[in-house]
Design a protein around this ligand. Structure first.
Ligand SMILES: O=c1cc[nH]c(=O)[nH]1
Length: 153
C-alpha cells in the first residue's frame, strides 16, 4: 500500500476513534480501504448503543453490507483486534490488517498469531496520537472501568 494511501487510512481510523471519544464512548475506530479508497468507517458503540459487540472493527465490517469484496480490502483499527474482531477478520477472509496501537493492550498477542497463522498480513504502526488517546482513556479514573469492560480484562 502506497504511503499516501496508508495515511488516508490512518487519518480515517483516528478520526473515528476521536468521534467516539467526543460522543462519550470508547475511543476505538476502524476503516476499510479498497484500491486506495475508504469504503467504510466505524467505531466502538459500547456507550452510544449499549452494545457489547459493535467494536470499531465489527461496526466497520457491518457497514460494508454485502457489496464489498472483503478479499480485496485492508482493515485499519486504532487498537489491536480483540478475539471477537479477530474472528470476524478471519471469517470474512480479510487479507490485511493495519494496527495503530499495539501498546495499550496486553493479552492480544495470541490474536495476532491467529491472524498470521491464517495468512493475514499484520502491520503494526504504533501511531502516537492513537496510543495517547487510548493511554489516557485507559488510565483516567472516569473511564478506566469502561475500557476494562470493553477489552475484557
Ligand atoms: O478490538 C477491539 C477491542 C476493544 N474494542 C474495540 O472496539 N475493538
Amino acid at each position: 500500500m502506497a504511503i499516501h494511501e496508508l495515511q488516508v487510512g490512518i487519518d480515517a481510523t483516528y478520526q473515528q476513534a476521536l468521534k467516539s471519544f467526543h460522543e462519550g464512548g470508547v475511543p476505538i475506530g476502524a476503516c476499510i480501504m479498497q484500491a486506495g479508497q475508504v469504503v467504510a468507517v466505524g467505531h466502538n458503540h459500547r456507550i452510544q448503543c449499549g452494545s457489547n459487540i459493535r467494536h470499531g472493527e465489527t461496526d466497520c465490517i457491518e457497514k460494508c453490507g454485502h457489496t464489498v469484496d472483503f478479499s480485496q480490502v485492508t482493515l485499519f483499527s486504532s487498537l489491536t483486534p480483540c478475539l471477537m474482531c479477530t474472528g470476524a477478520i478471519i471469517l470474512y477472509s480479510i487479507p490485511r490488517v493495519v494496527i495503530l496501537d499495539n501498546i495499550n493492550i496486553h493479552d492480544y498477542e495470541t490474536n495476532l498469531d491467529m491472524l498470521r497463522e491464517r495468512n493475514v498480513e499484520v502491520k503494526i504502526l504504533n501511531h502516537e496520537p492513537s496510543i495517547e488517546l487510548n493511554r489516557q482513556f485507559q488510565r483516567s479514573p472516569e473511564t478506566r472501568t469502561l475500557w476494562l469492560g470493553d477489552v475484557g480484562e
